[in-house]
Each structure stands twice: as structure tokens, then as C-alpha cells.
Design a protein around this ligand. Structure first.
Ligand SMILES: [Zn+2]
Length: 316
């Protein structure tokens, strides 16, 4: 095994961790959105998730993030379940068979009642308001260096109800969110200054990514969130939303690098040359697909085959 990265000390199962609970973390998750087929970028994330889980004693929960009814497709969920089985990434909680059997607590579209109840509690606490801003209205705000536009609070005091045709926003108080990223060190974000009040339900009735993820990581007792650095700007706001929902201790976070198509372009789900289905159809064995993803994301210093059962060895 040609390892490149060593995990920081905080990931090693030292005597102090053993003394407390026998493992450093209890639960992490792999949480793809079924809006396209899995590609090498997802598999790099899976290598980190299963690798860190096995290295720290955590269990892996599978969550299908199909909160966006306009973009998610059952055919993509079927495909990702098949791909995970073929690759050998087996979830400890909500394994693929539970999704195939019907309604499943790991599928966000089956969790509507939980989100509605959480939203009701936020509304009762005076935290939610209706926002009737159009896409054009929102585009009028200046964008920051990363292209993100802060919601200026236009509807904060308009007194619009939480009707079906408006977006629902949660009021965020000014303040800093600080966390120790397990791969990047200590980071601070200011969600209210960065994003403004966050939409939790859009005008089409979809629960948003930010809300569903903050809710589920809390409700499903996830204490280690491992994901690509493209989601780093979401972390502070998800911590803030989770606290409003009642989460006392935020999860730990680990944001890893991405496999890039070019220095400035991320891989997309339409890249046929990196799609798991296409590589499989071209005759690649599963261990070659995982090894390719692990090498391209920097977990291995050169390409070699890597079975799912051995991904933790690239990390420890
Ligand atoms: Zn508005």
C-alpha cells in the first residue's frame, strides 16, 4: 500500500479514546444525492468515509439525499445502490437492501413529517418567516469572491406568513461558528454575514439541502461529517441551524480535497469517462475504480488497486 496521507493524531485510536468509549466517533455517513450517476468524486468520498470509519471505530450510515423532488430520480437511486453493492461499500445503518424494500428512514423523501415537525418548532419559536423574493431580486445582491450572494433580509420584517408559495427562511443571529476540521485545522465562519438568513423550504415545497442535512446529522446522531471541500462554506450555517433545532454538540467535520477535471473545474455527473457505470461497463474491476479515485484525490501516492475492505489502510 502506497500511502500518501497520514491522518492527524486525532484520528488514531489512542489509549485515551479507548478508555472513554472504545471508539473515537460513533457514526458517520455517506450521503449522495440521486440526481445523476456516481462518479469518481463520489468514490473518493466513499473511500474517506469508510476509511475513517474503520480507522476510528465509527459506523457508516447510508443516506439518500433526494430532498429536491424536481432533480432527484428513482432511477439514479437504484443505480447508486447497485454501484455501492458492486464496489463493496456496505453501510452499517440503512444498508442498500433497506432502500430497495420500500420506505426507509435513510431516504430524505421519506422523512417529510420529521422536517415539517422541526420547521413547526422553529416557527413556534419565531425563527421562520416567509420570503417572496424572486430569483431576479436575489441576483441583485453583490456576490462575494466565491460567487455566493448574501440574502440582505428584504422580507425579514414584512410579516409574510409561511404560505405554500413563498420560501421559508430561518433567522440567523450574527456571530461566529468555530470548528476543528479534522483535516484542515481550526476554522471560523460567520453564517449570518456570509449567507444571511437561510432558506429551509423553497417555494416549490422542497426542504433545502442545508436544512435537511443539518436536521438529519442531528436526528440520526451523526458525530463525524466527512465530505468534499466544496461544501466547506455550508458548515457554519449547518451548525447554526442544528443548534436552533436543539443540537447541543456539533458533529466533527473533515473536508477533503476534490478530484478535478481541470485545475478550475470540478467533475460533474455528466463526465462519462469517470462514471462508475461506464468504468464498470468498460471492464474495470471494483478495486481498480476505488484505487483510481483514491489516487486522484491524493489518498494514494500512485495508482494501485484498492478493495473497499481495505480503504482504511490508505488512511492509517
Ligand atoms: Zn425575501
Amino acid at each position: 500500500m502506497t500511502r500518501r496521507k497520514r491522518l492527524p493524531e486525532c484520528f488514531s485510536r489512542g489509549p485515551s479514546a479507548e478508555k472513554h468509549s472504545g471508539s473515537l466517533f460513533r457514526r458517520t455517513r455517506f450521503a449522495p444525492a440521486p440526481t445523476g450517476y456516481l462518479h469518481l468524486g463520489h468514490i473518493a468520498n466513499a473511500a474517506y468515509v469508510w476509511g475513517m470509519a474503520r480507522a476510528t471505530g465509527a459506523r457508516v450510515l447510508l443516506r439518500v439525499e433526494d430532498h429536491d423532488a424536481q432533480r432527484a430520480r428513482p432511477v439514479y437511486e437504484q443505480a447508486l445502490l447497485d454501484d455501492l453493492d458492486w464496489l463493496g461499500f456496505e453501510a452499517d445503518i440503512h444498508p442498500t437492501g433497506e432502500f430497495r424494500a420500500g420506505p426507509c428512514a435513510g431516504r430524505q423523501s421519506d422523512r417529510h413529517a420529521l422536517y415539517a415537525e422541526a420547521a413547526r418548532r422553529l416557527a413556534d419559536a419565531g425563527r421562520l418567516y416567509g420570503c417572496a423574493c424572486t430569483r431576479q431580486d436575489l441576483a441583485a445582491s453583490p456576490a462575494d469572491a466565491a460567487g455566493e450572494r448574501r440574502y440582505p433580509g428584504t422580507c425579514r420584517d414584512r410579516g409574510l406568513g409561511l404560505g405554500p408559495d413563498v420560501a421559508w427562511r430561518v433567522r440567523l443571529e450574527p456571530g461566529a461558528e468555530t470548528f476543528d476540521d479534522r483535516l484542515r485545522g481550526r476554522l471560523t465562519q460567520e453564517p449570518a454575514a456570509q449567507a444571511g438568513d437561510v432558506v429551509i423550504r423553497d417555494r416549490l415545497g422542497n426542504w433545502t439541502y442545508q436544512f435537511a442535512v443539518a436536521h438529519d446529522d442531528w436526528a440520526q446522531a451523526v458525530d463525524l461529517v466527512i465530505r468534499g471541500e466544496d461544501l466547506l462554506p455550508s458548515t457554519g450555517r449547518q451548525m447554526a441551524i442544528a443548534r436552533l433545532l436543539g443540537r447541543e454538540t456539533p458533529p466533527a467535520f473533515a473536508h477533503h480535497g476534490l478530484i478535478m477535471k481541470s485545475p478550475t473545474q470540478k467533475l460533474s455527473k455528466s463526465e462519462r469517462d469517470t462514471g462508475v457505470r461506464d468504468l464498470r461497463a468498460a471492464g474495470w474491476p471494483a478495486a481498480r475504480v476505488i484505487g483510481e479515485a483514491a489516487w486522484r484525490v491524493g489518498l494514494l501516492s500512485r495508482f494501485e488497486e484498492l478493495p473497499a475492505s481495505e480503504v482504511h489502510k490508505a488512511l492509517t
